[in-house]
Design a protein around this ligand. Structure first.
Ligand code: MV4
Length: 448
């Protein structure tokens, strides 16, 4: 087993990775920017190295500085967390070239899934249902119109190098194609330095349901069930739950088996997430993420699997410590992403945390690097805490979440705790009746 792991990330996920390492007897190395010198993960790690100034490109995205740090401390492996360099295939291959293990999939699988057109093509070939659309890149507006005639309007033009929602154009009629196509390509080029685009049938009111998969280097692949991540604002997830309130047992088992069979045929290794849109009883693959995700704790809560521990074991060449038959799904879990933002306007609210009292008790988990006196820097993502609650039923989970949000004290900065309290009182949410547009409407109705 690795003796020392470098954690190439910050905030709550750096802490999450540190905790798994600690429990495995593995020494940890924190890397950080000057803005994060007082961060909790830096304090807890066995060693720490300052990478550079606050700007992410000079610190958490600075590959030479991270490789140098790993060399100086003699780390065996690097865990990238999520965001930053977690889905950069060149980072993964540079690390391997320098003799460090990248804790994640092989570089070729990261690169493959980064190309949304190639990802769709290969997963469709391996039996995964996809959104009807152009089979591949669309070269001009005429071709886009021809495809759209076949699949029917409305359609969506998407960037092949995209993901995360940037550079998408909805087209409702043929006469709008020319300009939408031109805008989509220009935005794709500006955002991803790749102006290739493809066309899909536009699904109007789907849910976002993703399947957690895991595979080892010995040919075993399993799924750990689904998460419903439909509650999002501006492509940022706000609250996630497992199981999805929308699915039957038959549906979830079927999509799980399809997902695990596909990554087995792909020869994929480590953790991955297969994202689907779900509408009218059908699943449509959209993208695959080749990283540990922010919302992985809801899966951990219902399966009992320590996913970071499993990632480390698999990266070291060990077989998965479970099989599909030994995985059981227990109860319900919900995660609230708490950000340092105004709960009504979403204006950023960095600054000093003057009081800090997290909730506790049975089946309550808080993943956060906050402490009293900590200064939330303005340079990075505003996520400051994840509150994850488990219950035997969705209702028990919701009652426990309500009292946990009520207990949670974060003083000195504004947070989205009051927004979560409002969401979980709403009858539509309580009934599980929501789609990917529900929260945007809820938020704008609430502010007027
Ligand atoms: C779609 C879609 C409707 N139809 N694809 C947005 C981000 C990117 N990862 C995929 N996205 C979407 N793709 C088709 N064919 C609607 C969205 C979408 C969305 C998806 C998941 C969660 C939230 C969303 C919010 C707006 C649009």
């Amino acid at each position: 087993m690795f003796e020392k792991i470098l954690i190439a990330n910050r905030g709550e996920i750096a802490l999450r990775i540190h905790r798994a390492c600690r429990e495995m007897g593995i020494a940890t190395v924190a890397v950080h920017s000057t803005a994060d010198a007082d961060a909790m993960h830096v304090r807890l790690a066995d060693e720490s190295i300052c990478l550079g100034p606050p700007s992410a490109k000079d610190s958490y995205l600075n590959i030479p500085a991270i490789v140098s740090a790993a060399t100086i401390v003699g780390a065996n492996a690097v865990h990238p967390g999520y965001g930053f360099l977690s889905e950069d295939s060149s980072f993964a291959s540079i690390l391997e070239e320098h003799g460090f293990t990248f804790i994640g999939p092989k570089p070729e699988h990261i690169a493959l899934m980064g190309d949304k057109v190639a990802a769709k093509e290969v997963l469709e070939k391996f039996g995964v249902p996809v959104v009807p659309g152009s089979n591949g890149v669309v070269e001009n507006p005429e071709e886009a119109r021809a495809v759209s005639e076949k699949i029917g309007y409305p359609v969506l033009i998407k960037a092949a190098g995209g993901g995360g929602g940037r550079g998408m154009q909805v087209v409702r009629q043929p006469s709008d194609m020319e300009s939408a196509y031109t805008i989509a390509r220009a935005e794709a080029k500006a955002s991803f330095r790749n102006d290739t685009v493809y066309v899909e049938k536009f699904l109007e009111t789907p849910r976002h349901i993703e399947v957690q998969v895991f595979a080892d280097s010995h040919g075993s692949a399993v799924h750990l069930g689904e998460r419903d991540c439909s509650l999002q604002r501006r492509h940022q997830k706000v609250l996630e739950e497992a199981r999805s309130p929308a699915l039957t047992e038959t549906e979830r088992n079927k999509i799980g088996e399809i997902a695990s069979a596909a990554i087995k045929r792909l020869g994929y290794e480590n953790a991955g997430t297969i994202e689907f849109l779900y509408e009218d009883g059908n699943f449509y693959f959209i993208e695959m993420n080749t990283r540990l995700q922010v919302e992985h704790p809801v899966t951990e809560m219902i399966t009992g699997v320590d996913m970071v521990r499993e990632q480390i074991r698999v990266a070291d060449g060990l077989p998965l410590s479970f099989s599909q038959d030994t995985i059981s799904f227990n109860g319900h879990a919900i995660e609230c992403r708490i950000t340092a933002e105004d709960p009504e306007t979403f204006a950023p609210s960095p600054g000093k945390v003057t009081d800090y009292h997290p909730p506790g008790g049975l089946s309550v988990r808080v993943d956060s690097g906050l402490y009293s006196g900590y200064e939330v820097p303005a340079y990075y993502d505003s996520l400051v805490s994840k509150l994850i609650v488990h219950g035997q039923s969705r209702n028990e989970c919701l009652m426990r979440l309500r009292r946990s949000l009520e207990e949670y004290v974060i003083g000195g900065i504004k947070t989205t705790i009051p927004l979560h309290e409002k969401i979980i009182e709403n009858p539509a949410f309580l009934n599980g009746e929501y789609d990917i547009h529900w929260l945007e409407r809820f938020v704008s109705d609430n502010s007027t």
